[in-house]
Design a protein around this ligand. Structure first.
Ligand code: PGA
Length: 237
């Protein structure tokens, strides 16, 4: 199981140091923590986490003020990067073209993309979840070679479940994740990991753990609370 913490921009430096201190008694060596760029070194220095980024530039090193390149991330020892998170799709208007460019940059630098896909509530209600996420996958994967696709981890995150306390039923998650895995297997003959994300918490982790088809979790809000995050990790050892 791959547990990924997406700490977004929740924490200031003191709070990051406090989080590191409070998680120091537990083995987090298989956990990926995705802090803000500015705290990557703090986590790397502990040598206790696998470290990921929350985003990456579409371009290589050069005249791109304010961006962080994949090569820069690699030079810090970053192993994963989130791409296509719904907060960026919605707020920064990122589309498949941007996400494709980022995935290529990451793979060129041996960083595994954590590729987020998911549907809005209206799309779920109108029964178009599979169409929406199928399109999100194919628009990117159709442009990649199979040896690139193999290195991608998908995070299925229903947008209406992110930060809301709402989650799909286990049966709904199973149906969607099965669809994702079948689509990729049928089209590209590749099996890749699929994580679930969206309001994963101490309260629902035992129920979610009953789903054997998912390969891990992408955790937002609960990844900044040391006790809750450690509890979730402990149920997946
Ligand atoms: P959440 O966020 O766990 O707070 O719902 C998940 C995410 O945005 O990746």
């Amino acid at each position: 199981m791959l547990i990924v913490g997406n700490q977004k921009t929740y924490l200031n430096k003191e709070e990051v140091l406090d989080f590191i201190e409070k998680t120091s008694s537990v083995d987090c060596s298989k956990v990926v923590i995705c802090p803000s760029y500015i705290y990557i070194d703090l986590y790397k220095e502990t040598s206790r986490y696998i470290v990921g980024a929350q985003n990456v530039s579409e371009k290589g090193n050069g005249a791109t003020t304010g961006e962080i390149s994949a090569s820069q991330l690699a030079s810090l020892g970053v192993d994963y990067s989130i791409v296509g998170h719904s907060e960026r799709r919605d707020e920064q208007k990122e589309i498949s073209e941007n996400i494709y460019n980022k995935i290529v940059r990451l793979l060129e630098n041996d960083i595994k993309p954590l590729f987020c896909i998911g549907e809005h509530l209206e799309e779920k209600k109108s029964g178009s979840t599979k169409d929406v996420i199928g399109k999100q996958i194919l628009e990117v994967f159709d442009r990649l070679d199979s040896n690139m696709i193999t290195n991608i981890v998908i995070a299925y995150e229903p947008i209406w479940a992110i930060g809301t306390g709402l989650t799909p039923t286990n049966d709904e998650i199973i149906e969607t994740v099965q669809y994702i895995k079948d689509l990729i297997k049928d089209k590209y003959e590749i099996e890749i990991m699929v994580l679930y994300g969206g309001s994963v918490s101490r309260k629902n982790i035992d129920l979610l753990n009953e789903i054997s088809i998912i390969d891990g979790y992408l955790i937002g809000g609960a990844s900044i609370k040391p006790d809750e995050f450690l509890y979730i990790i402990s149920t997946n050892e």
